[in-house]
Design a protein around this ligand. Structure first.
Ligand SMILES: Cc1cc2nc3c(=O)[nH]c(=O)nc-3n(C[C@H](O)[C@H](O)[C@H](O)COP(=O)(O)O)c2cc1C
Length: 186
C-alpha cells in the first residue's frame, strides 16, 4: 500500500509558534501512518508579478513539496480575525499556474485545518476565511472535523511549551479523520 504523505503548512514564522508546536504534536499523533513533514517557507519573497516568471528557486522548492504531498494540513494562527499575511503570500504563490502547460497545483489537493490561539475564538474566524480562499482554489477541504483550540495559555507550560491536555483527544480525532479522508482518495 502507498505511504501517505502529509505536508503541514504553519501560518506563523515565529520560532516558538503555538501553531508550529501543534503541527509537531500532530506529527506525533499521526506516527507511522503517514510521512508528515513541515513546510519551511520563510525564504519565499513577497509576491511581485515582476519576479513571477521564472519563479524564484525558493518558490520552485515549495511547489515541489506541495505537489508531492497527498494532503496539506494547515495550522493557522489568527491575526485580526483573519489568517496571517505570510500564509496568504504563500498561497498566492501556490495559486499561480507554473506555465502555460501546468496549471496551479492546489486544485483537488485534500486539506485539513487546525489552529490554536490564546483568545476565546481559537482561530475559528481565521479558519473560515482560509476555507473561503482554498475552496476558491478548488482544494478538497475536510470541513468536519476542524480543530479550533482557544485559551492556549491553559495548555502552555511556563517555558512556553505546548502540553496538550483537554484538546488532545480532538487532535487525535482530526488526525484519524484526515488519514481516512486521504485513504479514500489514494
Ligand atoms: C497582528 C496580530 C493580530 C492578532 N489578532 C488576533 C485575533 O484576531 N484573534 C486571536 O485569537 N489572536 C490574535 N492575535 C494573537 C495570536 O493569536 C497570538 O500571537 C498567537 O500566539 C499567534 O500564533 P503563533 O503562536 O502560532 O505564532 C494577534 C496577534 C497579532 C501579532
Amino acid at each position: 500500500m502507498k505511504t501517505i504523505k502529509i505536508l503541514a503548512i504553519v501560518g506563523s514564522l515565529r520560532r516558538d509558534s503555538f501553531n508550529r508546536q501543534l503541527a509537531l504534536e500532530a506529527k506525533e499523533v499521526i506516527g507511522s501512518r503517514a510521512i508528515f513533514k513541515l513546510l519551511e517557507y520563510q525564504d519565499i519573497p513577497l509576491l511581485n508579478q515582476d519576479i513571477e516568471y521564472p519563479a524564484p528557486e525558493s518558490v520552485k522548492r515549495v511547489r515541489d513539496e506541495v505537489k508531492s504531498a497527498d494532503g496539506i494540513w494547515f495550522f493557522t494562527p489568527e491575526y485580526n480575525h483573519f489568517f496571517t499575511g505570510v500564509l496568504k503570500n504563500l498561497i498566492d504563490w501556490l495559486s499561480r499556474p507554473i506555465s502555460d502547460e501546468e496549471p496551479q497545483i492546489l486544485a483537488g489537493k485534500p486539506a485539513a485545518i487546525s489552529g490554536i490561539s490564546p483568545n476565546m475564538g481559537g482561530t475559528g474566524l481565521a479558519q473560515d476565511h482560509l476555507v473561503t480562499l482554498i475552496s476558491f482554489l478548488d482544494m478538497d477541504v475536510m470541513n468536519v472535523p476542524r480543530l479550533t483550540i482557544p485559551n492556549a495559555m491553559e495548555q502552555i507550560d511556563n517555558q512556553g511549551k505546548l502540553t496538550l491536555k483537554s484538546s488532545y483527544p480532538y487532535l487525535e480525532r482530526q488526525a484519524d479523520a484526515f488519514i481516512s479522508f486521504l485513504q479514500g482518495r489514494l
